[in-house]
Design a protein around this ligand. Structure first.
Ligand SMILES: [Mg+2]
Length: 185
């Protein structure tokens, strides 16, 4: 192994809420199904499953074929991940086992939007506490709190009241954060 490769730091990147825009998708599904266009503000500070007037909606959508295949992208995520891959070992890590139907759809979605990521760098799992990368970019506390490396919390409506993790508001901020590390290497 050459000197450079042996010193590469690793980053685990979550899918939903980090590279895939689940909030927008939930709102669009809700409008399509109920005819009601809800204000994004209803998602602030509450679990996604509790945000909508119909509390069964979110749980239904994540079990609906096609939901994960058609997620919109989080702005800036494709270019940012591509850029990070130049200096870091980047892994896409999704707790997809919670929704087994999503596995193939998530793989297809990654092939469409992130075709430059090898299947070797994709981890579909259950409990993310087994992930031992140096960094984890994730929107959910259940993953960030138990992470053994450095957790970075990607901004989401549901985590707006959380203050005990370093918040990344967008992919631009993530690139800035890792730019500093690139310099010090
Ligand atoms: Mg997530």
């Amino acid at each position: 192994m050459d000197e450079k490769a042996s010193h590469r730091l690793s980053i685990a990147v979550d899918m939903d809420g980090v590279i895939a825009d689940t909030e927008t998708h939930f709102i669009q599904y809700y409008e399509k199904e109920s005819g009601e266009r809800v204000d994004r503000k209803i998602m602030l500070g509450v679990p996604e499953s509790q945000a909508f007037p119909d509390k069964t909606a979110v749980q239904r959508y994540v079990r609906t074929p096609g939901f994960f295949r058609t997620l919109p992208l989080i702005q800036g995520s494709v270019a940012a991940v591509k850029s990070l891959m130049e200096d870091f070992d980047v892994y896409i890590v999704s707790a997809a086992m919670e929704f087994p139907l999503s596995l193939y759809e998530k793989k297809q979605w990654l092939e469409e939007h992130f075709p430059f990521i090898s299947w070797r760098n994709i981890v579909f799992c259950g409990d993310k506490s087994i992930i031992k990368t140096d960094y984890l970019i994730d929107d959910h506390l259940k993953n960030l709190d138990n992470f053994s490396g450095t957790p970075l919390m990607f901004h989401a409506a549901h985590n707006i009241l959380v203050n005990h993790h370093r918040r990344m508001n967008n992919w631009e901020e993530i690139l800035d954060f890792f730019k500093e590390l690139r310099k010090t290497k």
